[in-house]
Design a protein around this ligand. Structure first.
Ligand code: NA7
Length: 533
């Protein structure tokens, strides 16, 4: 006798929808959330300037037309507090609170073959059994702080952006060091610079950033948009990125250069990263084509930043645009024109150590009152490995994935029966409007469990053959693009010792959805049911 049909890990966008969808399908379900509030990424990343880089109208649930109609976003790109309010509203509206246990971290889960169930242990010392174990723990939740010698000796406070104090931090009059210039560093830097005595930005790799052109959503726009939301969502589901993007459908290299400049300029002025990279068909597959967009972006940096030496240092080189997540900001580059901001190149002179009063590089010392790490995450696998997950025969997931993550359709993995991962490795998640990807995974898993019950089946697990074939396909598709060609979290390069594997599916959300539906329609082809293939 098992306690529950499903245990869900986490109550971010994935976990919140999962508990709703599973309960609506008649399953007993409970989610455990480590935080003292729901929201996942948007609960933890409450640093100043935190904002989504996907537009509000896209970065929201599509499962409920009533929710779509009643909620009003205030800005084109939603800021963290507004997303958090939205998710709390969803939990209220659908009465999800009784299904979520806050302040409780899942510490382990082990498969009991005799009971055909998972035993899930939690940080409060309790344990519960469930037929299915669903990780909704997120792709970017296990944060990464560099192992800098002497950090313990630092006398001032230090913060990671992903564990920002809820009461906020006052940097007024302080000398602040910021390490990291990815999406997060680029968002938080101008906010700190606006109040600090001095901000030192320690840059290891320059990043490409396009403008957001963020602005309030007009009521008239919202009314018009809501009148065709259903059709728009369907278009989004079938699209490449989970957001409909209009491109020229032609390669940039075949276009007259003046037309290219005109189109890029229009898209630069309109703001947003997806329209930029979706403008031409070859930008993410040909280095020569990518160089055209890269140079356009470098020109915009040179045009914005007054000091030519600083501008050159900010110009990204050595990797294709888009192979690291394209950042978005309206004020990052212009920030370097402030007298209280300095860019420190730690590529040529790395940080050597932290001393009680600051940071020492191989060439200089910087006296600091506070340090901020915007140094990213152990992406995709970090949150899964943080739990002690043990599959058939007690094999730890960490061992099964020693040479890199491997999952059939990015949703389940051989040797771990009845384990599902929402937006797991091998899915398009981080290369898409993740909210729609989450919905697709949750609905697929829900339908799978309902089908198993209807068939009188108890267990499901992918065959190694189907999994290997899928991962080979993931790899082939990626290798036909420029995506794997940067040292980024996409390939695990930001975590010392992590196997370098590109495990995201970049074949497009529409085709991926079709493949998942096809597998289901074929009676879950590629899966073993009740241990039988
Ligand atoms: P990212 O994109 O992983 O960026 C982390 C930044 O921190 C990046 O500039 C890194 O430089 C830098 N970093 C990481 N480790 C170090 C060390 N040891 N020393 C110096 N600098 C370091 O994380 P974000 O939080 O900005 O964004 C994550 C995702 O969240 C983003 O892609 C969006 O999807 C939302 P590097 O480039 O590795 O040289």
């Amino acid at each position: 006798m098992v306690d529950l049909d499903v245990v869900v890990v986490g109550a971010g966008f994935s976990g919140i929808y999962a508990v709703h969808a599973f309960r609506s399908a008649g399953l007993t379900v409970k989610a455990f959330e480590a935080g003292d509030g729901i929201g996942g990424t948007w609960f933890w990343n409450s640093y100043p300037g935190a904002r989504c880089d996907v537009e509000s109208k896209d970065y929201s649930y599509s499962f409920s037309p009533a929710l779509e109609q009643e909620w009003s976003w205030s800005e084109r790109y939603p800021a963290q507090p507004e997303i958090l309010r939205y998710l709390n509203h969803v939990a209220d509206k659908f009465d999800l609170w009784p299904l979520i246990q806050l302040n409780t971290r899942v510490t382990g889960a082990s498969w009991d073959a005799d009971a055909a169930a998972w035993t899930v242990t939690t940080s409060d010392g309790a344990s519960v059994t469930a037929r299915y174990f669903v990780s909704a723990a997120g792709c970017l939740s296990e944060f990464n702080v560099p192992n800098l010698p002497g950090l313990d000796s630092f006398e001032g406070p230090w913060y990671h952006t992903s564990r920002w104090p809820k009461e906020g931090v006052d940097f007024t009059g302080k000398r602040v060091g910021l390490v990291g210039t990815g999406s997060t560093g680029i968002q938080v830097a101008p906010e700190i610079a606006a109040v600090a005595d001095h901000l030192y930005v320690f840059q290891r790799t320059a990043n490409f950033a396009v403008p957001n052109r963020n602005r309030p959503w007009l009521e008239s726009e919202e009314t018009e948009f809501k009148s065709r939301y259903r059709e728009y969502r369907e278009e989004a589901r079938q699209s490449f990125l989970g957001v409909p993007v209009t491109g020229t459908g032609r390669p940039v290299l075949a276009e007259p250069p003046e037309d290219v400049q005109r189109l890029f300029t229009q898209r630069w002025q309109a703001g947003g990263g997806m329209p930029f990279l979706g403008a031409y068909t070859d930008l993410l597959v040909s280095q020569e084509a990518n160089d055209v967009v890269a140079e356009f972006m470098r020109d915009r940096i040179r045009e914005t930043v007054d000091d030519p030496e600083v501008a050159e240092l900010l110009c990204p080189r050595g990797y294709p645009v888009g192979a690291k997540r394209l950042c978005q900001s309206d004020d990052y580059y212009a920030m370097y024109n402030r007298p209280n901001v300095s860019l420190v190149d730690i590529r040529s002179a790395p940080i050597e150590s932290v001393y009680p009063g600051g940071v020492k590089t191989t060439t200089d010392s910087y006296d600091l009152d506070a340090l901020v790490f915007a140094t990213g995450f152990d992406a995709l696998t970090g949150a899964l490995f943080a739990m002690d997950i043990r599959g058939a025969g007690g094999v730890p997931l960490r061992t099964a994935w020693e040479t890199g993550a491997s999952a059939y359709l990015g949703v389940s993995t051989a040797g771990f029966p009845n384990l599902f991962m929402i937006t797991g490795p091998g899915s398009p998640a981080v290369f898409s409007n993740v909210v729609l990807s989450i919905e697709q995974h949750v609905e697929w898993v829900r339908d799978c469990i309902v089908w198993l019950r209807a068939q009188g089946r108890t267990t499901i697990e992918p065959t190694s053959a189907a999994q290997d074939e899928w991962m080979a396909h993931v790899s082939d598709v990626a290798n036909a693009t420029l995506f794997p060609k940067a040292d980024s979290w996409y390939v695990g390069a930001n975590i010392p010792g992590k196997p370098r594997v590109f495990t995201s599916y970049v074949g497009g959300c529409g085709p991926y959805r079709a493949k998942c539906d096809e597998v289901a329609a074929a009676g879950y082809a590629g899966f073993a049911l009740d241990g039988l293939t």
